[in-house]
Ligand binder design. Structure first.
Ligand SMILES: [Zn+2]
Length: 432
C-alpha cells in the first residue's frame, strides 16, 4: 500500500490542483508587485497586474527571472518581507563573482522541510530509518533541507557531511545507517573505498536506500551505485533558488520524479527563444514559486534540460513526473560545430565493461577532444593489445553517440583527480 506524508495534497485531482496553482500564482504576483520594487517595475512595464492572472496559462505574461538577475539583486533586492522576518540565509554557489542569496522565512523553512518529508516517505523512509547525510553543510541548501525533512519524518539523522570515508564507514557500522544522501560521484568513490577495505555492503552494512542529486549523472551511474552499494537509488531534484532539494523526487516506482506542483508552477521552454514547448518535449525547466514568502521568484530559468513524462504514476500521486535532467543549457559544449552534453559521454563510458567511474574531458587546441578514463580495478589483464582495442571501441561508441570522435586515453585506477563535492568533468583550454 502506498504511504503518503500529505495524502490530500499529493493526490489532489488535477482540476483542483490547477485551480490551486492559479490562485497561488495570483497571490504570488500580488506579493511581489506589492513588496519587491524590482518586480513591480518589470510587471508594470509589461502592463500586468495581479488581477490579470486568472489561470495558470497567464504565467506566460510574466517576466523571466535569470541567474544574472539574482546576482544583480544580491544581497536582498528580491526580498518580499521585512528583514526581521528572515529566519535563514542560504547562498547558491557560483563559479565566479557574487553568489545568489536565498532568504527563507519561518514558513519557507517549514514548507521546504515538509516537501522533503513528502519525498522521503514517497521513497519508503520511516521513523525507523537512520539517514547519513553526506552532503556539505553550510551555505549550500543540500544538506540542511534534507536534514530538516528527515527529522520531520522522525528518522534519525547523522549530519556526517562529505569526505573522510573512514569515519563515514565507522558511523555506518556503529549506528546501522539505512539511508544515504550523497552526490553520485562521492557514492561511487565511497563504493570503491568499501571494496578496498574488503567491506561488502550487503553483508556488513544495513544500507537500503540512497538519495542522490546535486550534480548531473546518468541512468547507468544510478544502476552502478545500486549494484556497488547494494541499495535502491532514488533520483532527487532541487535547486537552492527553489528551497534546495525536495522540488521533485522519485517514488517507489523509480520512474520519473514527481514535481510538487502545489508549490511550484513548471513550464518547459525552448532554451534559446524562451517560447513554451509542447508537453513531452525536452527543453529548459522554468519554475515559479507558488508559496514562497521571503523571496518569491517568477519564471526562474533553471537552465536544466528535462521533459514531463506523460500519463499517471501507479503510486496514485497526481503531480506530474519530470524525466531525469539530461544536461544544463549552459553545460552544453560545442565541439567541431556539434552540440553535446558531458552526460552523453558519461552514459557511454558507464555502459562499458572494464571502465571505472572517473573520467575527464579536455578540450584543447583547435577543437580537439581528449577523454581520459580510469580503468576499473580489475579492468586490466596485462595485455597491452586489449587496452588498445578497448580504447578504439570506446572512441567508436562515442563517435556514434556524439558525432565527434575524441582521443581516448585509458589511465590506471585512482589516478584522475577526485572531488568529494561536485565533480569537475570538463577542462576547456581551447584557443578559439
Ligand atoms: Zn509515483
Amino acid at each position: 500500500m502506498t504511504r503518503y506524508w500529505d495524502n490530500k495534497s499529493e493526490t489532489l485531482a488535477r482540476p483542483a490542483l490547477t485551480a490551486l496553482q492559479a490562485a497561488r500564482l495570483q497571490a504570488t504576483v500580488d506579493r511581489v508587485a506589492t513588496h519587491v520594487p524590482w518586480y513591480r517595475e518589470r510587471l508594470a512595464a509589461l502592463d500586468v497586474r495581479a488581477s490579470n492572472i486568472r489561470s495558470t496559462d497567464d504565467v506566460r505574461r510574466l517576466p523571466f527571472t535569470t541567474n544574472a538577475d539574482l546576482r544583480a539583486q544580491y544581497p536582498d533586492g528580491l526580498l518580499a518581507v521585512p528583514r526581521h522576518q528572515v529566519l535563514r540565509l542560504h547562498t547558491s554557489s557560483g563559479t565566479t563573482g557574487k553568489p545568489k542569496a536565498i532568504h527563507f522565512s519561518r514558513q519557507d523553512v517549514d514548507n521546504a522541510a515538509g516537501l522533503m518529508a513528502r519525498c522521503l516517505v514517497m521513497a519508503g523512509v520511516t521513523a525507523a530509518d537512520v539517514v547519513q547525510n553526506m552532503m556539505t553543510y553550510g551555505l549550500f541548501t543540500g544538506a540542511l533541507v534534507m536534514h530538516y525533512g528527515a527529522e520531520k519524518v522522525g528518522a534519525m539523522v547523522i549530519p556526517a557531511g562529505p569526505g573522510n570515508s573512514e569515519r563515514q564507514l565507522l558511523l555506518m557500522q556503529d549506528f546501522r545507517t539505512t539511508a544515504l544522501h550523497v552526490t553520485p560521484s562521492y557514492a561511487l568513490y565511497f563504493a570503491g573505498y568499501l571494496a578496498s577495505r574488503g567491506v561488502d555492503p550487503r553483508r556488513d552494512l544495513a544500507l537500503r536506500r540512497a538519495f542522490i542529486g546535486a550534480e548531473p549523472y546518468t541512468e547507468e551511474t544510478r544502476r552502478k551505485i545500486e549494484d556497488q552499494l547494494g541499495v535502491r537509488v532514488f533520483n532527487s531534484y532541487g535547486l537552492s533558488e527553489m528551497n534546495g532539494p525536495g522540488v521533485a523526487f522519485e517514488c517507489e516506482h523509480q520512474h520519473g520524479m514527481h514535481l510538487w506542483e502545489d508549490h511550484f508552477l513548471a513550464e518547459i521552454v525552448d532554451p534559446v527563444s524562451g517560447e513554451p514547448l509542447p508537453d513531452g518535449t525536452s527543453g529548459e525547466l522554468v519554475l515559479t514559486t507558488l508559496t514562497r514568502e521571503a523571496m518569491p521568484l517568477l519564471r526562474y530559468r533553471t537552465r536544466d534540460i528535462t521533459a514531463f513524462m506523460p500519463g499517471l504514476c501507479a503510486c496514485g500521486r497526481t503531480h506530474r513526473r519530470l524525466q531525469r535532467i539530461t544536461g544544463r543549457s549552459d553545460d552544453m559544449l560545442i565541439v567541431r560545430g556539434v552540440n553535446l552534453y558531458p552526460q552523453q559521454i558519461e552514459r557511454v563510458l558507464m555502459a562499458t565493461p572494464g571502465i571505472g567511474h572517473n573520467y575527464l574531458i579536455t578540450l584543447s587546441g583547435l577543437d580537439e577532444m581528449t577523454i581520459q578514463v580510469e580503468l576499473a580495478e580489475a579492468g586490466f589483464d596485462g595485455q597491452v593489445e586489449h587496452l588498445v582495442q578497448l580504447q578504439a571501441r570506446i572512441a567508436e561508441k562515442l563517435r556514434a553517440e556524439i558525432l565527434v570522435k575524441p582521443r581516448v586515453e585509458l589511465v590506471p585506477p585512482a589516478t584522475l583527480p577526485v572531488s568529494e563535492g561536485k565533480a569537475r568533468r570538463v577542462i576547456d583550454q581551447r584557443q578559439l
